[in-house]
Design a binder for this molecule. Structure first.
Ligand SMILES: Cc1cc2nc3c(=O)[nH]c(=O)nc-3n(C[C@H](O)[C@H](O)[C@H](O)COP(=O)(O)O)c2cc1C
Length: 210
């Protein structure tokens, strides 16, 4: 079983990447062959709306026709048995890097035909990871919406998240007086390891198909 993990945070050792690594370990423990890619290492753009992916008889039908460093990643994603996608929340959404990936992953898989059946050859299980400054529960509607779209277009989807994350090495050096640093530190030490465990279990479940 092939699992592709995409880190959509620029911070390779940040909250999202840390949780993602735990999910990857879970997938490995369940016997998966895993690949981790940092999306911020790649030079690519979001969908340009060329609609070549919907041109009947066209050579890119059902696939993104754009050619850049995301092209092989899209092929790997379509070929994978399961996907792990991790992103911080930026302004109430996933990062632009993940958004651009999703535009080019989702759009070619759907048409405007009356029967709106996704085009990829097989269903792909998806595990989503989100991390936020906001308190737990703040983004549940957003996560549920993302899960719904992903389930429709790609395959069975679940998510885990970490809230009130640790953002700065030293909060006193930044304009960040709104945070209760001691409470954050405690959460980092006590709750974040639990969040990482949940990510590990999700990675395992994704492969075991429970
Ligand atoms: C540009 C930017 C926008 C952000 N917007 C939000 C936001 O809208 N809501 C929120 O809860 N946290 C927001 N955050 C905080 C991050 O989501 C949070 O610190 C996250 O855990 C960072 O993940 P990382 O360590 O993987 O980079 C923002 C951070 C940045 C840098």
């Amino acid at each position: 079983m092939k699992v592709l993990a995409l880190n959509a945070s620029a911070r390779k050792d940040g909250n999202s990447a840390t949780m993602l690594r735990h999910a990857v370990e879970g997938a490995k423990a369940a016997g998966a062959e895993t690949t981790l890619i940092h999306l911020y290492d790649l030079d690519y753009k979001g969908c340009t709306g060329c609609c070549s992916c919907k041109l009947l008889g066209g050579k890119s039908f059902g696939r993104c026709a754009m050619r850049d460093e995301l092209t092989p990643v899209l092929e790997q994603a379509i070929d994978a048995d399961a996907l792990l996608l991790a992103s911080p929340i930026y302004f109430n959404d996933v990062t632009g890097q993940l958004r651009s990936f999703l535009e080019r992953f989702w759009f070619p898989a759907i048409t405007y035909e009356k029967e709106r059946k996704p085009l990829y050859p097989k269903r792909i299980n998806v595990g989503l990871i989100f991390t936020t400054n906001a308190p737990a529960g703040f983004y549940t509607t957003f996560y549920d919406n993302m899960k719904q779209t992903m389930t429709w277009i790609i395959g069975d989807t679940e998510y885990v998240d970490a809230a009130e994350t640790w953002q700065f090495d030293d909060y006193s050096k930044y304009a960040a007086s709104m945070f209760d640093v001691e409470a954050r530190k405690k959460r980092r030490e006590e709750v974040f390891p639990e969040d990482c465990k949940k990510a590990y279990e999700m990675g395992k479940r994704l492969v075991q198909g429970e």
